[in-house]
Design a protein around this ligand. Structure first.
Ligand code: SF4
Length: 76
């Protein structure tokens, strides 16, 4: 059985328009820069925060956010 590592938040920078709504919803996980573009805090998102972050994903007007299992996407 593999360990549960939590979740990673993936941002599609082509789609993101910097509305900043995601950071307003979960500011301790998604910070915002001076132009209101998201800055995701390092490290996986724990399971007990998943629903809050999923709400931010669902509210993104540009559909620029996606939650994936931690470690399932290559890091850039
Ligand atoms: S809500 Fe979506 S479009 Fe707005 S800053 Fe966050 S990721 Fe970008």
């Amino acid at each position: 059985m593999s360990a549960d590592l939590g979740w990673d938040l993936v941002i599609d920078w082509i789609r993101c328009d910097g509305y900043g709504l995601c950071g307003d919803l979960v500011p301790d996980i998604i910070g915002l820069d001076d132009w209101r573009y998201p800055l995701v805090h390092p490290g996986p998102i724990p399971n007990d925060r998943r629903h809050e972050v999923q709400r931010a994903v669902d509210c993104c007007p540009m559909r620029a956010l996606k939650l994936v299992r931690a470690g399932s996407m290559p890091r850039r």
